[in-house]
Design a protein around this ligand. Structure first.
Ligand code: NI
Length: 148
């Protein structure tokens, strides 16, 4: 009989504090305010962001683990999240020089950095969540659609 291993999802959280604003340079102050509200203030405001990363795989019988949690912590906290901590996302993170610092774009940013690193360890990134407060967050599962 073939052996089977349970497939289990491990969730690890990380937090970072960052400043940002939502503005389009082609719009006036008033137009930016109409579109983005107080978030358009170019002097920025801050959030304590929380990231949840979901990594799935078989439980390795020898270790009893899906993923070495030490490895996951290094990748998530040190490699991916730490460069955002205490930064102004608009001004100090090159990815956002031509993108709005929305939760959606932050989710994409995190996915693009986590996915290849986890792939290299044969780990399956199944989803991530990024929250800017208790009542506002986005989830991303890696899907893509062709835009018109
Ligand atoms: Ni904000």
């Amino acid at each position: 009989m073939r052996k089977t291993a349970s497939r289990i999802t491990v969730i690890r959280k990380a937090k970072f504090a960052a400043a940002h604003f939502l503005r389009l340079s082609e719009l006036t102050d008033e137009e930016n305010f109409q579109r983005f509200g107080p978030s358009s203030n170019a002097f920025a405001h801050g959030h304590n962001y929380e990231v949840d990363v979901h990594v799935s795989g078989p439980v390795v019988p020898e270790t009893g683990m899906v993923v070495n949690l030490k490895d996951l912590k290094v990748i998530l906290n040190e490699e991916v999240v730490a460069p955002l901590d205490f930064k102004n996302l608009n001004l100090q993170v090159p990815f956002f020089q031509d993108r709005l610092t929305t939760l959606e774009n932050l989710a994409q940013y995190l996915w693009d950095r986590l996915k290849p690193r986890l792939d290299s360890l044969s780990l399956d990134l199944v989803g991530l969540k990024i929250a800017e407060s208790d009542d506002l967050y986005v989830e991303y599962f890696g899907g893509a659609e062709q835009l018109p």
